[in-house]
Design a binder for this molecule. Structure first.
Ligand code: ADP
Length: 484
């Protein structure tokens, strides 16, 4: 029997349903934990996309009249990577067109409190004394606000301990207090020492307050969120709990993101066979209508278009970049003004700047492979995955020194290049000038062939596999259970 059993409750999981990094983590971390002997099962809502993709699902539990919903059931299925999956099947709440959190118009679903209250409640029931399953977790790992209430229910109902993992503190799940009774929360919990937050019911605060341990996705972010600038109002609570707060850098799915076996690429390549990388550059230029130029660097972006990601600065300096010269390709969607700005630049600088507005897994892989330099100037970044992918694909990233970016990219200097640790370009001080200067620095090095080859090699030699992180999560679980 496994030493540890963990229910991993999440609102998205790759490859079934993904809006961001949380899905990647939920897809890969449980598999890595299982590989080191932890029996993890993933709980996810049965969104339409999930229901369409799961195979051979069987009903393992039913719930009648929970939160006023006549019938909800729990299905057991398996992830493509072999991880057992529990799917919360409630058509009324989850089977809709649109995203997990928003309708097709980009507006939050009006019943999100109920949708994620239900997810949290089921997680807590499975970690409680009267679980309908014969598999009983030792611990529930909640992720972000969507499952934050599970920590509260588990505390109120004397269930197993919980760990709350913060993937992004900016999203907090705040709802009117009128939701308390429908969600079966005691009125006494609506206080500063509870889940109340500036007059609202905060799912995130519930998680942070009632869980037994907090983790977040990089050591630097664990420090930053205890301070005013990046604490999003939770800094007081987080610094109060700092002894129970651990930063663990995310790993990446090294099978999914492997240039030597990536079917999205025009040509596969590896550290020892780099010729294929140039072919991906040619293919990307062709696909995106960029001039076929091997002699100048091609810069890449794959990102949600939001203020967090600092893309406004890149868009501002883009005209000057074409004079360096460099080419730029951007993939992403989000803020409409930023989308328009990216498309306007692409029209104004045809052959030099290209933009694809939308979500494309295939193009994101080709950009990681086909660009020379990846740009990720996030104002804050809990962990960030694309800078990890880009290093694995031999595409040195340019990053702002924050959160997981600071923890995963080593700035290139004569010294770090010589000792083999340089893996990109890091700048402090969030400004367009600093970003431009750093891009110039990268471009200068790009034209020094040997140094650039060395830098790419350093990037591709780094180990971002999940194993190390999975062991750190296991340490946290053991500590919480007093087995550490
Ligand atoms: P965040 O979770 O804040 O969006 P991360 O860097 O942690 O940022 O993770 C983003 C994930 O979503 C990565 O796997 C990235 O490749 C992917 N991604 C973001 N935007 C797009 C897009 N437009 N098309 C394809 N993949 C995208």
């Amino acid at each position: 029997m496994a030493e540890l059993k963990v229910l991993f409750a999440t609102s998205e999981v790759a490859p079934f349903i993904k809006t961001g990094g949380l899905a990647d983590v939920s897809g890969a971390l449980p598999a890595a934990l299982r590989a080191i002997g932890v029996d993890v099962r993933v709980l996810v809502p049965g969104y339409r996309k999930v229901m369409e993709q799961i195979e051979n699902a069987s009903v393992v539990a039913t719930f009648e009249h929970l939160f006023g919903i006549p019938h909800t059931s729990l299905l057991a299925a398996t992830m493509p990577n072999g991880v057992p999956l529990l799917v919360l099947d409630c058509a009324e709440l989850y089977q809709r067109d649109g995203g997990p959190y928003q309708n097709p118009l980009g507006e939050d679903w009006p019943d999100n409190a109920l949708r994620f209250g239900m997810l949290s409640k089921i997680a807590a029931l499975l970690g409680g004394k009267s679980s309908p399953l014969d598999w009983h977790p030792d611990i529930v790992n909640c992720n972000d606000w969507q499952t934050g209430l599970a920590s509260a229910y588990l505390k109120f109902e004397q269930g197993v301990p919980s760990v709350m993992t913060i993937h992004n503190l900016a999203f907090q799940g705040a709802f009117p207090s009128g939701n308390l009774s429908q969600l079966g929360l005691p009125a006494s919990s609506f206080s500063i020492n509870g889940l109340e937050y500036y007059g609202n019911l905060s799912f995130l605060k519930a998680g942070l307050f009632y869980c037994d341990h907090i983790t977040t996705v990089s050591p630097t972010y664990a420090e930053e969120i205890q301070q005013d600038a990046l604490g999003f109002g939770m800094q007081g609570l987080l610094s109060y709990r700092q002894k129970e707060l651990t930063g663990i850098l995310n790993g990446i799915d090294t099978d999914e993101w492997n240039p030597a076996q990536d079917s999205h690429l025009a040509k596969k390549y590896s550290k020892g066979r780099m010729a294929g990388k140039a072919e991906n550059k040619r293919a990307l230029q062709e696909k995106m209508g960029l001039e076929q130029r091997a002699d100048i660097p091609l810069l890449g972006v794959v990102s949600r278009f939001t203020y967090q990601k600092g893309l406004d600065l890149l868009l501002e300096i883009a005209p000057r970049l074409t004079e360096l010269p460099v080419q730029l390709v951007m993939l992403g969607s989000g803020d409409v003004a930023m989308q328009n700005a990216a498309q306007t630049l692409a029209m104004r600088y045809p052959g030099k700047i290209a933009a694809y507005i939308g979500f494309s897994e295939a193009l994101s892989h080709l950009i990681e492979a086909g660009t020379d330099i990846f740009v990720m100037p996030s104002r804050f970044e809990p962990c960030g995955l694309n800078q990890l992918y880009s290093q694995r694909y031999g595409t040195p990233p340019i990053v702002h020194a924050t959160g997981g970016l600071a923890d995963s990219v080593r700035d290139c200097t004569d010294e770090t290049l010589a000792d083999g640790s340089a893996s990109g370009f890091v700048f402090s001080g969030m400004s367009a000038d600093n970003l431009l200067a750093t891009i110039q620095r990268a471009v200068t090095l790009y034209h020094q062939e040997d140094a650039w080859k060395q830098l790419r090699k350093n990037c591709m030699s780094k180990d971002f596999s999940w194993e190390t992180s999975a062991k750190a999560y296991r340490d946290v679980y053991r500590k919480v259970l007093g087995r550490g």
